[in-house]
Design a protein around this ligand. Structure first.
Ligand code: 9YT
Length: 131
């Protein structure tokens, strides 16, 4: 069994910072759960374009407001606490934080740790972990 608290992650190398988001990686590939789980902050007033070519991702909003635009068909959805979106077909999308949004993110396959988006908006299929 694994028991962790967000406080154990904040400020460590499992707290990944980018200009538009900050991902606190609670559970990674090395936990052998088949998924990873992150507590992510999307910064207020930002837009992030992403396309997870190598992963499926489900995202559940617990704080803040914003929207998601599906660039495959142009559809746009409001996000508020209680909203879930699941990228079932690796959709290219833009995530817009109106206020700071706190999102619980689950990735399948799990990320290994340090991933940030590459120039295509994806994470690599697998990133080597240095121990
Ligand atoms: C919600 C979202 O896609 N944010 C970008 C970061 C990513 N979810 C992560 O690595 O936690």
């Amino acid at each position: 069994m694994i028991v962790r608290h967000l406080e154990d992650i904040v400020g460590t190398d499992h707290d990944i910072q980018t200009p538009t988001w900050n991902s606190r990686r609670l559970l990674l590939k090395d936990a052998n759960m088949g998924f990873s789980m992150h507590d992510t902050l999307i910064h207020a007033g930002t837009e992030t374009e992403m396309c997870y070519a190598n992963h499926l991702e489900a995202v559940y909003c617990v704080e803040g407001t914003g929207s998601i635009k599906n660039l495959e068909d142009g559809s746009e959805y409001e996000i508020r606490p209680g909203t879930l979106y699941a990228l079932t077909n690796h959709e290219r999308h833009i995530l817009i934080g109106k206020t700071q949004m706190r999102m619980i993110c689950v990735f399948n396959p799990p990320v290994t740790g340090r991933e940030v988006h590459d120039e295509t908006g994806a994470y690599p299929a697998e990133l080597e972990v240095s121990t």
